[in-house]
Design a protein around this ligand. Sequence first.
Ligand code: 4NP
Length: 173
Amino acid sequence: MPIKASAPRSVLLVCLGNICRSPTAEEILRQKAAVAGMSLTIDSAGTGDWHLGEHPDVRAQKHAKARGYNISKLVSRQVKADDFYQFDLILAMDKQNLADLQAIKDSLTDASDQDSEHESNKLATLALLSEEDPIYGGANVPDPYQGNADDFEAVIDQIESSVDAWIESWKSV
Ligand code: 4NP
């Protein structure tokens, strides 16, 4: 992927459960993109299927709300093959999420070699959320599920920083 890519039209945020990190990132990107005047389709999903149909973890909701992000209405879903055709950019919260996404993309690339309807060059670009971040660059957003209040605050700090960095990179192309 070209690191300095032009602004995507659609971004999917992905973590493991889609109840802590990625719904938080979805709302942070939604608000910051709106402030930047960018028109973006934004959604989030999990690589796992344990929490399908659930609203975000109550701790994630509480910490996000205190920072100005209402994620209470979001509903967990799992990543699906169609996401790789529908979204320009898929951002993973950590390296395991990225590896899991890459495995799905690879399987779709192989399948599309035999399927003229789905061209592999139209599949979403994958990256770590922190990829453009001058502070957290290359780092995982640590999974807060077994953590404490400080861990949930740190997730928001890190996601805000990394989302700011992506928006700056899209503006500068
Ligand atoms: P998330 O956090 O990936 O940030 O949504 C987690 C939520 C649930 C689980 C793991 C991580 N879980 O194992 O159920």
